[in-house]
Design a protein around this ligand. Structure first.
Ligand code: NOJ
Length: 741
């Protein structure tokens, strides 16, 4: 790494007098420089450290403050987001370090969500790998690329559990399960932050959107959230906590209200739980204009009131605001906000800057050489291609996949030749020009141009059928059709909710037309939410859910279609049969009238559709097949701190190597509060050669059986349980056991 000589301003001389004490990742120590700074900072300078403005390089929200450069120079803005490149961040950093009285370095943030320059699949897609280590590795690569471009801080991991396919931001999370989501949140945090935050190949993680942002009413972004404290703690909070436990040193408050109080001023969330119970020691930032939005929520009278409520609730940094910028000094002078509240917030922010190594070398992260050498490397692209293949879920296959090299293949569809859509939303600094191949390009390259043809057919939205004729003519001589359809990539992500979760436009009609010609059609889907695929699942001969697979996504799709990679992705979110079933998820309760008798009327059921989803959580096919032995137990009861083991033997019964995700769920049959019918408690990925068998063991102990009991204490209860093991939440074998406290 190249170290750049630092020009010392008067302020920096003051800062460098005491020697550095590196803090490990996830740790803040009382850094001596922070102590010395806190003694000399004016109130205005302190408030400056609590302000975060966006640069105009990228704008990720509805408003921005003009003149942020002057604010930096005046020491009134200590943090910037949406500015990157080593050169630009160095310029801004120089202003802060050399032109302000104390020379406190800026903190640079950015939305590095699923990659920075090398773009990985969208997070919902990556969660379908059920491979936290691989996802953590993607975060590590993203951090290396972003940190070389001058960035210190990413607004990730997004830890919002969601069962809401209407909500466009379901694409940014890890699906519907708190256990899987927690493992991924922790792995991403470790991936970003590494062993030592001061390592210039790492980024500070930011746990967002705290809390329960994934449960907006009616799936409309930013909408009201309301739920019981029990459900909040049991279902929504675990991934945020897992990221905090993994060492994340910043948290972003969410836009939504919870229990009538916006998260931005929610003392219960920010103080009782985050700091009180979880022991969080980093700083809390708002989400964009979260503070002024409290006026529209009907919670604050005006901007001044909103600033007061936020700072008192525990918001340390105001993103975009400009509530703290305009009102905090005066709020302290009037005595409405205690000085110690500001001191605490500033100290938290400065301690994180110290942990990042910025007081030792403010330019540590802006390195034009590393920016080139670390970015879009062959290794990074190879990792992106592998995880993209791993993220894809084969939903249906009547045997037309894998394709055979040399078949006449017509590649058709609105998204077949799009490089842009492969990147998805929140694509960091990823550029279309870095995408080497669309899906069509990659198939043609593999299969040969003479045997591969292409037609767009129609757009991904709208009613225009004028391309149908050409598409049908292109399909006519082909042995098989690959139809690439789905949602435009900007239809998911922030502010992208839908009330209709069908494949949009006339794309399904094109599928119908192709099928009525008698063609064998493999549908490849690019989308960022569970869709209603009831029509497509009837019509298509095969369906591959490819999500938005990133920079190398074209090749990854081709790898899976031709069987160069045997698909192994498993759904991390349930696909409903129609929107009326929503919310539908595997973690459901039994109810007092579960639907057991097909003839019965007074049961929990619909008149027009079955209760079961189209594709269940945990589901996904392979080009081989797996068989499970019955579940066996090491004992049928255990107690106290003991444990039992549940075993299955999994056999690859097909003729090619494949990877199975063996899933374990438990049910507590009678509890002081009701428990879900199937709660994911463990899984293992196992790769088996044809004919090979492996015994898989899951340990079950008191922790496995613990939950928030009636009195909200955490622990197990004496009683009867079931364990379920299988290859999907709806395809398991079970065994019964008893536990005594
Ligand atoms: C608003 C989004 O909700 C959040 O996820 C993002 O990190 C910020 N804007 C900053 O761009």
């Amino acid at each position: 790494m190249k170290r750049v000589p630092v020009l010392l301003s008067a302020g920096l001389i003051l800062l460098t007098m005491s020697c550095a004490r590196p803090a490990g990742s996830g740790k803040v120590s009382n850094h001596p420089r922070v102590d010395s700074l806190m003694k000399v900072m004016t109130l205005e300078e302190k408030v400056g450290q609590m302000v975060l403005f966006t640069s105009d390089w990228t704008v990720t929200g509805p408003s921005m403050r003009e003149g942020y450069i002057e604010d930096i120079r005046a020491g009134r803005c200590g943090n910037i987001f949406n500015a990157y490149t080593a050169d630009y961040t160095r310029d801004l950093q120089r202003m802060a370090v050399e032109e302000t009285r104390l020379g406190i370095p800026l903190l640079f943030g950015y939305d590095v969500i699923h990659g920075f320059r090398t773009i990985f699949p969208i997070n919902l897609g990556m969660s379908c790998t059920w491979d936290p280590d691989a996802i953590g590795h993607s975060a590590e690569i993203a951090a290396r690329e972003a940190a070389a471009a001058g960035l210190h801080w990413t607004y990730s991991p997004m830890c919002d559990v969601s069962v809401e396919p209407r909500w466009g931001r379901i694409s940014e999370g890890s699906g519907e399960d708190p256990y899987l989501g927690s493992l991924i949140a922790a792995a991403m945090t470790r991936g970003y932050q590494g062993e030592d935050l001061a390592d210039p190949a790492t980024l500070l993680a930011c746990v967002k959107h705290y809390a329960a942002y994934g449960a907006p009413q009616a799936g409309r972004d930013y909408n009201t959230v309301d739920m019981s404290e029990r459900w909040l703690r049991e279902f929504y909070l675990p991934p945020y906590k897992a990221a905090v436990d993994a060492g994340a040193l910043s948290v972003m408050a969410s836009f939504n209200e919870l229990d009538g109080v916006p998260a931005t001023a929610n003392e219960h969330l920010l103080q009782d739980i985050l700091r009180g119970e979880w022991g969080f020691r980093g700083f809390v930032v708002t989400d964009y204009t979260g503070i002024p939005e409290m006026i529209k929520h009907g919670y604050a009278e005006d901007l001044r009131d909103a600033a007061r409520l936020a700072v008192k609730a525990g918001i340390d940094m105001d993103m975009v605001g400009p509530s703290y910028f305009e009102h905090l000094v005066e709020l302290v002078r009037s005595g409405e906000v205690p000085m110690k509240t500001v001191d605490r917030a500033v100290r938290r922010i400065l301690e994180v800057k110290a942990a990042l190594g910025l007081f030792d070398d403010p330019y540590l992260y802006c390195d034009p050489e590393r920016e080139v050498s670390e970015t879009l490397t062959e290794d990074n692209k190879a990792a992106a291609r592998t995880i993209a293949s791993e993220s894809m879920v084969l939903l249906k296959n009547d045997g037309i996949l894998p394709l055979r090299k040399g078949e006449r293949i017509a590649v058709i569809g609105a998204l077949a030749d799009s490089k842009d859509d492969l990147l998805g939303s929140w694509r960091g600094a990823g550029e279309v020009k870095s995408v080497p191949a669309s899906i069509y390009d990659a198939i043609r390259e593999y299969n040969g141009p003479a045997r591969t043809s292409y037609a767009e057919g129609c757009k991904e939205f709208g009613e225009d059928r004028s391309g149908f004729a050409r598409a049908l003519a292109t399909a006519l001589p082909a042995d098989k059709v690959v139809l690439v359809i789905g949602e435009d990539c900007q239809w998911s992500g922030e502010a992208a909710s839908r009330t209709d979760i069908h494949v949009p436009g006339v794309q399904t009609e094109l599928l119908e037309r192709l099928k009525s010609m008698g063609k064998k059609v493999a549908v490849v889907l690019l989308n960022g939410r569970p869709l209603d695929l009831s029509k497509e699942s009837d019509l298509a001969d095969a369906i591959l859910e490819a999500w938005y697979p990133g920079t190398m996504g074209g090749y990854a799709v081709s790898d899976v279609l031709f069987g160069e990679y045997n698909p192994a992705g498993r759904l991390s979110v349930t696909f409903p049969r129609n929107l009326g079933q929503v919310p539908i998820y595997h973690y459901a309760k039994n109810t007092g009238r579960p639907h057991e008798d097909p003839e019965a009327k007074y049961e929990s059921r619909y008149l027009d559709v079955v209760n079961e989803p189209l594709y269940a959580f945990g589901y996904g096919l392979s080009y081989t097949s797996f068989e499970y032995s019955p579940v066996s137990l090491s004992a049928e009861e255990f107690s106290g701190d003991g444990f039992i083991s549940a075993f299955v033997t999994v056999t690859n019964t097909g003729d090619r190597e494949g990877t199975e995700t063996v899933q374990m769920y438990v049910r507590d049959l009678v509890g002081s509060v009701t428990r879900p019918v199937k709660q994911l408690k463990g899984f293992r990925k196992v790769t088996l050669a044809p004919g090979e068998s492996k015994e898989i063991e899951f340990k079950i102990d008191a922790q496995t059986l613990s939950f928030y009991r009636k009195d909200m204490s955490w622990g197990p209860e004496t009683g009867d349980f079931k364990v379920f093991i299988g290859g999907s939440s709806d395809n398991t074998d079970e065994a019964a056991f008893r536990y005594e406290i």
